[in-house]
Design a protein around this ligand. Structure first.
Ligand code: ZN
Length: 392
């Protein structure tokens, strides 16, 4: 990677900043952050916060944030339920990017990526991941890491921190967002601690602890399907191992045996996320990681909600993948979507295009007409009318 002049300048500033930072305690012995606490202005921690404040500003103006007020309020409320007195210290940003990720910067900037929203099945699963991230914040793991890096001068971690800082001013690309999140390449011990504290937070907030290991398991399954061809940003910074899943399962069994099972919150989660699901699925398919997307779709099918919409996107997966025989599979799946009754109007347009390509003029015509009937104000109506004329 070549460093541009801005990055190089920042690098120097940061190196300078690190070199002249005031000593602020030895690594690994930090007390938990207190509600409303901000680091002393002359501390190295304040320097780190300042960088994060700048990153937060660029995130705010990146054009990548989900504006849907329902989902934003919902995630924000969940975070407050999990953190109690720290609620005002954490600012939640739902970022529209189709990868599984959540991150927490030391200044209280929390990112929740829509790829995570699409992959969570219910509120309890999302609460666990958010609880894990909140734990990193409460235990000040970023500051620990920052000091650790300084004392060990590990160049690779250094580089990640610097790249993250270089995201200032141009957050927007996936690489920038990932770099921003990668400040959290925590140690195994910190990860274990975040797993345990995240779990505690979720249980305290009344969620069913048995949901915690399930989201990790689903993610491992997805990774296995893609044969690691797709970069898993979350795994890069949060190494998921069978051991971690086992620990969570044991914790969940113990907790579930000792009391009630708690809330799963499937309906509430669906009420907040379903209005955006079509957009998120469209983003997901744009990744062109069809094996992984198939695992995601299979889980959604198991959930059994909005089957017409899901069949439409299954058809889209076949159409975009375009392997041999996929065209016929797409047609059959779109037709199933139409039978479900709640298929999006686009299903008819997709059918029209595929029938047209297959030379089935009559079927193509009636599909396009159905599309225009369902979407009289469609933006592409002129084009569809032109297709219809060609089919005469
Ligand atoms: Zn973590």
């Amino acid at each position: 990677m070549r460093l541009g002049p801005n990055v190089a300048a920042l690098l120097l500033v940061l190196l300078g900043c690190v070199a002249c930072a005031t000593p602020g305690g030895s690594p690994g012995t930090l007390a938990d952050i207190k509600p409303g606490e901000r680091p002393a202005l002359d501390s190295d921690e304040a320097g780190l916060w300042m960088q994060m404040d700048r990153l937060e500003e660029s995130l705010r103006t990146s054009g990548r944030l989900v504006t849907d007020p329902g989902l934003n309020a919902y995630v924000r409320e969940m975070v407050c339920k999990l953190v109690g007195p720290y609620c005002a210290d954490i600012r939640v940003y739902v970022v529209q990017t189709p990868h599984f990720n959540a991150s927490m910067a030391p200044n209280g900037t929390m990112q929740v990526w829509t790829g995570l929203v699409l992959r969570a099945e219910n509120e309890a699963q999302l609460a666990y991941v958010l609880g894990h991230e909140i734990a990193h914040y409460l235990r000040r793991h970023s500051v620990q890491l920052w000091r650790d890096v300084r004392s060990k001068s590990s160049m690779s971690v250094y580089f990640r921190l610097l790249t993250a800082a270089a995201g200032v001013g141009f957050v927007g690309s996936l690489a920038d967002l990932a770099a921003l999140a990668s400040v959290h390449a925590f140690s195994r011990d910190n990860e274990r601690e975040a797993d345990e504290l995240g779990f505690e937070l979720m249980v305290k907030a009344g969620y069913d602890p048995r949901e915690a290991p399930q989201i990790w398991e689903a993610l491992l399954k997805e990774r296995a399907a893609t044969k690691d061809s797709a970069p898993f940003i979350f795994f890069a910074t949060h190494p998921a191992t069978e051991e971690r899943i086992d620990t969570l399962k044991k914790l969940a069994e113990k907790t579930a045996a000792g009391g009630g099972h708690g809330r799963v919150g499937k309906e509430q989660f669906l009420a907040a996320s379903l209005p955006l699901r079509a957009t998120l699925l469209r983003d997901e398919l744009r990744r062109r990681e069809f094996a992984g997307s198939q695992v995601v779709l299979d889980r959604l099918f198991e959930g059994g909600v909005g089957l017409g919409e899901l069949h439409y996107f299954q058809g889209e997966l076949y159409r975009l993948r375009a392997h041999e025989g996929d065209s016929a599979k797409a047609i059959a799946t779109y037709q199933k979507a139409v039978e479900m009754g709640d298929a999006p109007a686009e299903t008819h347009r997709a059918l029209g295009l595929l029938f047209s390509a297959a030379g089935e003029k009559e079927k193509a015509r009636s599909s396009f007409e159905r599309y225009l009937h369902k979407r009289p104000d469609a933006e592409d109506r002129a084009m569809i009318r032109a297709y219809l004329q060609q089919l005469e």
